[in-house]
Design a protein around this ligand. Structure first.
Ligand code: DAH
Length: 348
């Protein structure tokens, strides 16, 4: 029986030295040693050749060898078996966790939200309109005559001209003033709305111009609304947005949908009024157009212009964002460069 004892000793050595590098190796181990055609079974088969007087001792040796092999298998298996339930897993709580990628709002969204929330505090409610608009809501209703240069193919993206000459001319809205028309169509005074949205113009893209940008429009119509109300409202907005030390001035201007009309400038926040590239060395930056709603616009919607008056204003979100965050190239807003966007992480 000498050779069987030697064989078992050799097997034991081999088993002891066995290392598995994955679950597949463990399975190979099982097949080789413990499978139906495995070596444990085949050496057990040798029992029939063992003389009767040695069967007892030899049976013990073989049994011990089988247990030894099974124990090794159990140990290998526990190293690679998937964790059946999480509570059984061992965690190292002192390891640093996986960092959570923190997203950020787009700077234009941040500024638009802030603008809207300031006007909401004055009782304005948000109104929205379509970006694909018809000629009437974008131009006609807003008192822009047929021959107004803003209607020119060069400024406006026209979508579809009706082939038979009937039906509306579709275009991408060139300003959020079209939402004024949409509101007055369905609502009677008092009206107090703020209309944020995207607008389109056929411009060559550069640092200072883009084919789409964003505006926030305001409209307030009631009895006895005056230019003083307009000034006070916009003054409040500027102070809330930029702080109490900002100076404001109104300049007479012209818009077909307001009379009188005014543009509002604020003292340049970049240079503090000393003069820089942003304010073109004047110390002032124009931020919006405004005025008293033209009686013709009111009448277009059946609002009695003898009873009601109103003011309106429109401003560019990109311009306000430029002043707030000193972003001097309009293209940055739509390039989706994470190095730019990441700078607004944590700003709410
Ligand atoms: N719609 C004008 C523009 O896009 C801005 C504007 C000016 C809006 C005066 C108004 C307003 O409501 O009263 O340039």
């Amino acid at each position: 029986m000498e050779h069987l004892l030697n064989q078992i000793a050799a097997y034991k050595q081999e088993i002891e030295a066995f290392v598995a590098s994955g679950a597949e190796d463990v399975e190979q181990f099982r097949i080789k040693w413990l499978g139906t055609k495995g070596l444990v079974k085949s050496i057990m088969g040798e029992m029939k050749n063992v003389p009767n007087d040695q069967k007892k001792t030899f049976g013990q040796i073989l049994n011990e060898f089988k247990l030894f092999t099974e124990a090794k298998f159990d140990q290998l298996q526990s190293n690679f078996a998937p964790v059946a339930n999480a509570s059984a897993a061992t965690y190292d709580f002192s390891l640093p966790g996986d960092p959570v990628a923190v997203g950020s709002r787009h700077p234009l969204t941040l500024v638009k939200n802030e603008m809207v929330s300031i006007f909401k505090r004055l009782g304005f409610v948000v109104a929205e309109g379509p970006e694909i608009e018809d000629d009437w809501h974008n131009f006609g209703a807003m008192n822009l005559p047929e021959d107004h240069p803003a209607r020119d193919m060069q400024d406006t993206f026209y979508i579809k001209k009706p082939e038979d000459g009937n039906g509306p001319t579709w275009l991408l809205r060139t300003h959020t003033s079209s939402v004024q028309a949409r509101v007055m169509e369905h609502q009677k005074p008092p009206i107090r709305v703020i209309c944020p949205g995207r607008v389109y113009r056929n411009e060559t893209i550069s640092a200072r111009a883009h084919c789409f940008f964003h505006q926030v429009e305001g409209l307030y119509i009631d009895e006895n609304v005056s230019f003083a109300d307009l000034k006070q409202t916009l003054y409040f907005f500027v102070q809330e947005m930029f702080g109490k030390e900002v100076k404001v001035r109104f300049r007479p201007s012209y818009f077909p949908f307001t009379e009188p009309s005014a543009e509002m400038d604020i003292s340049c926040l970049i240079c503090g009024g000393k003069g820089c590239n942003i304010c073109k060395h004047t110390g002032w930056v124009e931020i919006l157009g405004s005025g008293m709603v033209h009686p013709k616009v009111l009448e277009n919607f059946g609002i009695d212009s003898n009873k009601y008056t109103g003011f309106a204003f429109g401003m560019g979100v990109e311009r306000i964002t430029q002043l707030k965050y000193q972003v001097n190239d309009l293209r940055l807003y739509s390039q989706n460069d994470v190095r730019f966007l990441k700078q607004f992480t944590g700003v709410v």
